[in-house]
Design a protein around this ligand. Sequence first.
Ligand code: 4AD
Ligand code: MG
Length: 463
Amino acid sequence: MKRTKIVDAVKGGDLIGQDVCVKGWVRTRRGNKHVQFVALNDGSTIKNLQIVFDMEKFDEESLKAITTGSSLCVIGKMVESMGKGQNCEVQAEKFEVYGTADPNTYPLQKKGHSLEFLRDIAHLRPRTNTFGAILRVRSILAYAIHKFFNEKGFFYLNTPLITASDCEGAGAMFQVTTLPLNNLPKTEDGDVDYSKDFFGKATALTVSGQLEGELGATALGAIYTFGPTFRAENSNTPRHLAEFWMIEPEMAFYDITDNMDLAEEFIKYCIKYALENARDDIEFLQQMYDNELISRLESVINNDFVRLTYTEGVKILMESGQKFEFPVYWGADLASEHERYLVEQHFKKPVILTDYPKEIKAFYMKQNEDEKTVRAMDVLFPKIGEIIGGSEREADYDKLMGRINELGIPMKDMWWYLDTRKFGTVPHSGFGLGFERLVLFVTGMANIRDVIAFPRFPGNAEF
Ligand code: 4AD
Ligand code: MG
C-alpha cells in the first residue's frame, strides 16, 4: 500500500473513510486497557497524526515495542476524530515496528529539553518539534531565495570554496593543505614552501564568493551565489558561526541605491514567503519562544527601511545619552548594541546604514569624493543587528589600485580580479546576506547555533 505523508494525512478530507498507510516516529503513547493512543510524526509537518489502537484487536504485549522514538508503519482506517486537538485519526488495523528505541537510553524522553542540552545531541534534535520547525523554515527560506532571484532573471553562480585570496581582508581563514604538518618542506629562507603544496600555493577556505561573483556579474549581468563560507574568527557569540551559508548577489550597472532597493525587496520577499508557506511552524515557534514573532515579521514586510549615513547614525548614537559597553565615535566599527539601538529604540524599523569610514571596510568598496568614506551599506535588523553587508564596488582601476597599495594587499594572486577593471569596467554593486541570520530572524530563535543542523564554532566540530 502506498504511504501517505502525515502532512497530507492530518488534513483528513477525502481520506476520511479510506484505508491509509502511514510511517513515522512515535512521539508519545498513552491510554488504558481498552484503548491506546500513539502520536506519530514523520517530519513532514509540525503536526502529529493520532493512531488509535483498539485493545480488543491487539494484545498489550504486541504494543510493547511502541515507545517514544521507535519507528512504525501503520495501516488503518482514517476516521473523523471525536477527541480534542485533531480533526481525524487512524484506527490501526495492522502495524509493523521498524526500529525500537530503548526508553532507558533514548535521550528525547521528557518534553521540554533545554536548547543547550539539545545542542549536545544535535544528531537527534531534528526529531523534536522545535528543530523540525526550524529546519523546515530554513528549507523554505532557501527555496524562496532561489525563487526570488530566478524570477528576477539572476543566474546562480557557484564560486570556489578553496581559494588563494582573502576577499574581506580580515585574515580569518582556515588553511587548506596536504603538506605533512610534522615535516613541512621549507624554502631556503626557512619559510614553509607552499610550491610543494597540493595547489602549488597557499590556499584556504573561502570567506566570501564575492570576488568571483564580480567576474560573473561583469559577464552575465546579474548573478547570485548561495553556498557555505568559512571564518576562523574566534567569536563565541550567538550571531557567529565558523561555517555559515551566504547569499551574494552581484549586479552590473547597479549603483548603491539600486543595491539598497534590491536588498530591501529581497529580504521582504523571503520573509513573506516563509509566513505564507511555513505558517504552522512559525506559529509553533511564536507560541514556544517568542510571542512577538509574527508581528515583528509583518512589521518588517509592511514598513520602508530607514536609510541614513553612518555619520548620521553615529550622531544619533552619540546624542542618545545611552550607556554602551563599547564607546561610539566617528570612525568606530559599530557593535551590535549600537546597531540594535538604532533599529529597536530609535527608529523601530530596519535601517540601512551607508557611507562608512573606509578604514573599517574592505578594499573593493567605491570611494566617495570626501576621501574618507566608501559606498558601503549594512542592513540592520531588530534582534539581529547586521543581517546584510554590501557596497557599490570601486570600478576605477587606478582608485582601486590606490587602495590596494595603501592597505599593502599582495597583488600576485589578484591579477584576475583587476582585469575586470581593465577590460570593460562598469559600475556594479552587490551584497551578502548571512543565511543563518535570516533564519534566526524568521524563527525568532536567540542563538545562531540553533538554526543550522550541525553548527561549527570554536571548539566544536561534532557530528
Ligand atoms: O559583511 P560581510 O563580511 O560581507 C562580505 O562577506 C561581502 N563579501 C558580501 C558582499 O558584498 N558580497 O558578510 C556578509 C554577511 C553579514 O552581514 C552577516 O549576515 C553574515 O554575512 N556573516 C556571518 N554569519 C554568521 N557567522 C559569521 N561568522 C558571519 N560573518 C558574516
Ligand atoms: Mg559586514
